[in-house]
Design a protein around this ligand. Structure first.
Ligand code: TNX
Length: 838
């Protein structure tokens, strides 16, 4: 190699290496200029800060002391040669919250436009240090070096928030503080505290003590029934005003503004059990259910006294929270209740209102006035836009869709983007994990992908009203497993934080994901966050399992004995030869954290394609690498690009060209339906192919997958002795585990559901899982199984535990019966299909 080329290469390599070592910030700063050399923290470094920078200086001092053991002295000015200088300069030519940071061999200088900017400069400085700097305990043997660099940085949006629901589950002060601390380290500056909902009122109000003595608790003997996993124990809690002040102060030190929400006039069952007189005076309210199946949870808006009570409540709250904004909720009100309420309907007539939305608007606008009188501004969910105009200062949190953002910004309301499809972190992160899915599955890249003020969607005029972004985490499902709040929040909040801070042109998914996995995981680990470790994807093909690693350095371990993989299990290093692929289990590890467990799936058998001719195209796939044994096979047609859908029909399986199985149902590719193709007598000397018809008005493409059911699927009849909501219980015997059947009521002791197999069934084990797929909500809490070997007599068998019962069989079985033992507290019980193992 010629000399010049060689040295250019060396320089390039050096640049790449050094660039990487300090280019892993999250969120990514606006402008980074690498320097030469480094600055190393040692006992002779001091922090120089004048009075205005004192608070930040103490913050930095404490953070550094905990992990490095160095207590750097703070001085107004210093003769020390080496120092970290912290300055607030309102004349800095940068927008609010902006800062500059310069590191040379002699020291660090951070200049903030304001206190916020200085604080964010400190956060960036921490990210320049080894990740262990975030640890709360002393870390030894680390060189605390900061690479020379200069940074210019400021946020894209001034509103960067996260909402936490503390009603459905209660989180204590310590957890809330940690949550706020982590937000601040991601340069997030708003914490929206959802302090009341149907399942608990969580803030002490001195004038109305029953809100918390009664409304903060649920259980078998409480006014609020058990819900969302709280079971037979008394569950709940609330924050005293003293604790609230403490949390507010803690957040302020971290430049996080706390916006309190009490959810009104719906979602108010907890307030309603404490003070029943606030609810509409109608027996019918007991019949009308809210979106989440709740009753008796709407304030009577025609009752004048309620406004006085709400004013008192908001007044007490306004003194606790320095925030300019107070949120009154307004979502998912069951509006029909007001029609049935004599007081509300009389009020509507008197005011010449025709739609209940107008009444909601009346209510909202009265609270708006109350809040203005307290010197604050109002915020609420996007439903507050539905009934009419609002004051121009009122902030709308748009959660239902992008359309709601458009409506809100067109009206000229300050709007925060909280689109559930991207920013609700109670949604599952994949189909393998627990979580809601009503707004879809929300993996990390989907959070990252949303451009909050996309120029192609919003006009410049509308963009002016977009305040920023906010994530939401609703707590229905956060009861288990342990630390699920952290698992659902991180790393999705990392992606959110970058959407809020970093300009769109500076955001690239691959680059973000690389920074996250190569460095930021390490930081979060030191912060003590039990974040979600990405899943490995083991794929089976041709007798071999190959694991798709979630990121290049991922540590994937596996077992083949049925146990969950642990830190001691075998490390995955290269493809594994194994015909019985489903007995292998894989997990990704990050130090002591582990991902969910994955069992290999079959790799795709090929792709499908359509053109824009709208003519049905017959396509064929060769199945040998995947379909290598008998069983019930399912074909799915996934779509790659999301524009338009294709129609699929006549999915058929051939053996040496002869038809052996067919599923002729017609659906579209957006539904990811499973086509059922039983292949019982497999013969490895024969050639298996599949054909299907696909058509669309667009040119589309996608993948074709074949999955073999791990279960037996015998034809089964069903007999019911309970109040099921569906007329027939077919969804229970179609072996589609996404479909289910629910009862219309809580269920009573002695009620039952019997599965009768058409012919005697030989199998190893039957698992009965109750509760909604994905979430497990509405399980059978108290019940047992009965089994019949002759189809006549039933023998008592296993009890349900956490909604699940398993029966192991040693002889041929004719029927299985689920029996309810005790009254259930949930509004319904959900049953799923039987899982019958060979
Ligand atoms: C809708 S989003 C709700 C919440 C639920 C959430 C579950 C909104 C304003 N209301 O009450 O907890 O869905 O994802």
């Amino acid at each position: 190699m010629p000399k010049i080329l060689l040295s250019t290469c060396l320089i390039l390599i050096c640049v790449i290496i050094s660039a990487q070592s300090y280019n892993n910030f999250i969120p990514r700063p606006v402008q980074i200029t690498p320097g030469a050399g480094e600055f190393v923290l040692s006992a002779d470094v001091s922090i120089a800060a004048d009075k205005s920078a004192k608070e930040s200086a103490h913050y930095l001092q404490q953070k550094l002391e905990a992990s490095t053991g160095l207590k750097l002295p703070i001085a107004v000015s210093t003769n020390q040669k080496k120092s970290i200088s912290l300055v607030i300069n309102p004349n800095l030519d940068i927008i609010a919250e902006g800062y500059t940071l310069a590191v040379t061999e002699n020291g660090v200088s951070i200049v903030g436009k304001d206190g916020d900017g200085l604080f964010y400069g400190i956060q960036t400085l921490l990210q320049l240090l080894p990740a262990q700097v975030y640890a709360s305990q002393l870390q030894s043997g680390i060189k605390w070096a900061i690479p020379a660099i200069s940074i210019n940085d400021y946020p894209r949006f001034h509103y960067r928030g996260m909402m936490l629901d503390v009603s459905r589950q209660f989180f204590d002060v310590q957890t809330v503080k940690a949550y706020i601390d982590w937000l601040s380290m991601h340069k997030m500056n708003r914490f929206h505290w959802h302090l009341s909902d149907d399942q608990g009122w969580r803030i002490e109000i001195k004038k109305y003590p029953k809100l918390t003595t009664v409304g903060a608790w649920r259980g078998p003997h409480e006014a609020l029934p058990p819900s969302y996993g709280s079971g037979d124990t008394r569950f709940g809690g609330f924050y005293t005003q003293k604790q609230i002040k403490d949390v507010v102060r803690y957040a302020a030190e971290r430049h996080v503004d706390i916006i309190p929400e009490i959810d009104l006039p719906g979602h108010s069952r907890a307030a309603g059990v404490a003070y029943p007189e606030i609810l509409c005076a109608t027996d019918k309210q007991d019949m009308d259910q809210s979106a989440q199946g709740e009753r008796l949870n709407v304030w009577c808006v025609g009752r004048e006294k309620n406004y006085k009570m709400l004013e008192d409540i908001l007044k007490e709250m306004s003194t606790l929270f320095p925030s300019k904004i107070m949120n009154i909720g307004g979502d998912e009100v069951n509006l029909s209740i007001w029609r049935n309420c004599p007081v509300c309907s009389a009020f509507m007539t008197k005011e010449h209102m025709t739609r209940p939305e107008e009444l909601q608007n009346y209510f909202v606008r009265r609270l708006e006035k109350t809040i203005h009188k307290l010197g604050k501004q109002m915020a609420g969910w996007d439903e507050i836009n539905d009934g009419g105009d609002l004051d121009k200062s009122t902030q709308v949190n748009a959660w239902r869709s992008i359309q709601k953002v458009l409506e809100s910004t067109s009206k000229g309301q300050p709007t925060v983007i909280m689109i559930a499809q991207n920013y609700y972190f109670d949604m599952a992160q994949s189909k393998y994990e627990r979580g809601h899915n009503w707004a879809g599955i929300t993996p990390l890249d989907k959070v990252y992908a949303l451009d909050p003020n996309n120029k192609n969607v919003f006009t410049p005029e509308q963009n002016k009203f977009i305040q920023g972004i906010q994530g939401g985490i609703w707590a229905e499902l956060l009861n288990e497993p342990a630390r699920f709040l952290e698992y659902q929040s991180y790393p999705r909040i990392c992606a959110l934080a970058e959407a809020g801070w970093t300009s769109q042109s500076n955001r690239k998914w691959e680059d973000f994901y690389q920074r996250l996995t190569s460095t930021h995981f390490e930081r979060m680990y030191s912060m003590g966050i039990a974040f979600r470790v990405p899943l490995p994807f083991p794929l089976y093909k041709n007798g071999i399992i190959t694991v798709k690693l979630p990121y290049p350095e991922a540590e994937v371990r596996y077992t083949s004995d049925g146990n969950e993989p642990t830190k001691e299990s075998k490390l995955y290093q290269s493809p594994i030869s194994e015909f019985n692929y489903t007995k292998l289990k894989f997990r990704t590890f990050f130090k002591q954290l582990a991902s969910a467990t994955m069992i290999p799936e079959c790799d795709e058998v090929g792709t499908w394609k359509t053109d824009s001719s709208a003519k049905p195209l017959l396509q064929e796939w060769y199945l040998a690498p995947i379909v290598d044994r008998g069983g019930i096979w399912y074909a799915t047609f996934n779509q790659l690009n999301k524009k338009g859908v294709a129609t699929v029909s006549q999915v058929r399986l051939y053996e040496n060209g002869v038809l052996v199985a067919a599923d002729d149902r017609q659906t579209t590719t957006d539904r990811s339906m499973r086509y059922r193709l039983p292949l019982i007598a497999f013969d490895n000397t024969k050639k298996y192919t599949m054909k299907a018809l696909l058509q669309s008005a667009d040119s589309l493409s996608g993948k074709v997958k074949m999955e073999r059911s791990p279960y037996l699927e015998p034809t089964t009849g069903i007999s019911v002795n309970m109040n099921l909501s569906q007329d027939n219980a077919k969804a229970l015997i179609d072996y589609d585990f996404d479909t289910y059947v629910r009862t219309r009521d809580s269920g009573k002791a002695g009620q039952s559901l019997t599965y009768v197999f058409d012919s005697p069934l030989t199998c190893k084990r039957i698992s009965v899982i109750t509760g909604l797929p994905f979430t497990g909500i509405y399980p059978l809490k108290s019940g047992h199984l009965e089994v019949s070997y002759d189809g006549v007599t039933f023998i008592q068998s296993d009890k349900f535990l956490k909604g699940k019962a398993v029966i192991t069989l040693s002889q041929t079985v004719r029927a299985i019966r689920i029996v309810v033992d005790e009254h259930n507290y949930d509004p319904m019980i959900v049953f799923q299909d039987l899982r019958i193992e060979r």
